[in-house]
Design a protein around this ligand. Structure first.
Ligand code: CA
Length: 466
């Protein structure tokens, strides 16, 4: 190759600038923070020691909270599983795209799932240069177009339904029996050898180790401590003093999950990644106290209700390299805010339709005050709904006629209905709800019970000749 003596110096210059440019982009890529989002399932507000729990050891969650920010008014966008996960993945309220029911498990249904019009947070993180993983419970559609590998996740290990047995799978499992379905790893079915909370953590630890040199986005959704109540004997023995056998097993499940979360954090520590990794933890909804013996502490109600017990959950953020430890934050924040924070930290492409608030500026002193003017909930196209704005909470619940209004800063247990004595606040919150609700659409698929009844009727209608 003949190099023109006049052009040659320019080429050297050009090459060195290109080299510096690519070095910069490489360095930039490496300084993007890793994101680890850990979700518990059906864990109560009062089931972490730092949230007032007195009978379960949660040393790792307490350390995580102490290393960063513990939110006392952290909320899920829905009082049960599937819709809150739809909002997490879409980065906006699930009601915007008609997803406010728990989805049925049917691997042949190509319609029911997180709509393909919703580009997931994971897909956006991929575009920003992240390697992405979903591990654990999915619950956003059981057929292949909706499974995590099709929705922005490079790595997927878990189960597609709304829950799972903790010790076994049945490789011949039938429709309706998704709790026994094989686990899958990137679409390949797998058995289960050991306790699922441990096995899922093995997947998370492996993913972190394999991707230690790249920015990664890990969504680790444990099914613990959702039913069925099953725990290793060694953990149950630690709680043999708890007389209520349900609570004993529940405590063992929470303790086991806490240890496994500790193992995830230790992996980050061991790989020297902790200071460049932001860790989120929350429960997907409040505890169903009767079903799994969870405890929502001082809150009224539980899973499936828009009272605080259904939606206010343990909620924490830790990032030792960036966020000061030992912070308590009482401002209302929501699950969707965590995904918005991830998107902005990762430099992912944003769209006007996305919702939630980047919380980081509020945690490092760049901004002050409340991140959200108001937060909203709606079930079943409005049989139940709620608004939280500042200390005020308005709600309409199926179990009561009329609208209720509480000052949840003074009255966390929602015992003193102020609707008749505070018309100004009442009117303001009703207006906020109506403005928010005007942008929602009705649910586009039936709930799982109704769906299975419809299927049953359909099968009866086509019974074979005898
Ligand atoms: Ca749940």
């Amino acid at each position: 190759m003949n190099l023109n003596p006049i052009l040659y110096p320019m080429n050297t210059k050009l090459l060195s600038s290109l080299f510096i440019l690519s070095l910069c982009s490489l360095l930039h890529a490496q300084t993007k923070p890793n994101i680890v989002f850990i979700l518990a399932d059906d864990m109560g507000y009062g089931d972490v020691a730092s949230y007032g729990c007195r009978d379960i050891e949660t040393a790792n969650l307490d350390l995580l909270a102490a290393s960063g920010v513990r939110f006392t008014s952290g909320y899920s966008s829905h009082p049960y599983c599937s819709p809150m996960r739809a909002a997490l993945m879409a980065g906006r309220y699930q009601h915007r795209f008609g997803y406010e029911r728990n989805i049925a498990f049917d691997q042949h249904n190509m319609v029911m799932g997180l709509p393909e019009t919703e580009k997931t947070v994971a897909a956006r993180m991929q575009e920003a240069g992240y390697v992405t993983a979903a591990i654990g419970k999915w619950h956003l559609g059981a057929s292949t177009p909706f499974q995590p590998n099709s929705r922005g996740f490079d790595f997927w290990y878990g189960f597609r339904g709304g829950g799972h047995q903790y010790f076994k799978v049945d490789l011949n499992t039938k429709l309706h029996e998704n709790y026994y379905a094989p686990l899958e790893r990137n679409g390949e079915p797998e058995g289960l050898h050991g306790y699922i909370t441990t096995t899922l953590t093995d997947g998370a630890v492996g993913f972190i180790k394999d991707n230690r040199d790249k920015p990664f986005f890990l969504y680790l959704a444990y099914n613990a401590p959702h039913g069925p109540l099953q725990a290793p004997e060694s953990y149950k023995q630690k709680y043999s003093h708890i007389k209520d056998t349900k609570r004993r097993t529940y405590a063992a499940m929470v303790h086991a999950m806490d240890d496994e979360i500790g193992r995830v954090v230790k992996t980050l520590d061991d790989l020297n990644l902790r200071e460049n990794t932001i860790v989120f933890f929350m429960s997907d909804n409040g505890g169903p106290e009767h079903a799994n013996a969870s405890d929502n502490g001082p809150l009224r109600g539980g899973k499936g209700e828009v009272y605080e017990g259904g939606i206010r959950v343990p909620f924490m953020i830790s990032w030792p390299g960036k966020i000061k430890p030992d912070q308590t934050n009482d401002h209302p924040v929501m699950s969707i805010d965590l995904m918005r924070t991830a998107l902005e930290l990762g430099g992912a492409p944003l769209e006007a339709k996305l919702e939630g608030v980047n919380l980081l500026p509020y945690l490092i002193g760049e901004k002050s005050g409340a991140p959200n003017e108001a937060l909203f909930w709606r079930m079943e196209n409005g049989t139940d709904y709620a608004v939280r704005s500042g200390p005020w909470k308005l709600l309409k619940a199926r179990d009561q006629s009329g609208i209720q209004l509480y000052n949840v800063e003074n009255d966390i247990g929602e015992t003193n209905n102020l609707a008749s004595t505070h018309p100004t606040e009442l009117g303001r919150l009703i207006q906020l709800y109506e403005d928010w609700n005007a942008k929602n659409i009705p649910p586009f698929f039936p709930g799982y019970r109704e769906y299975h009844e419809m299927l049953g009727e359909f099968y009866e209608s086509i019974s074979a000749p005898k």
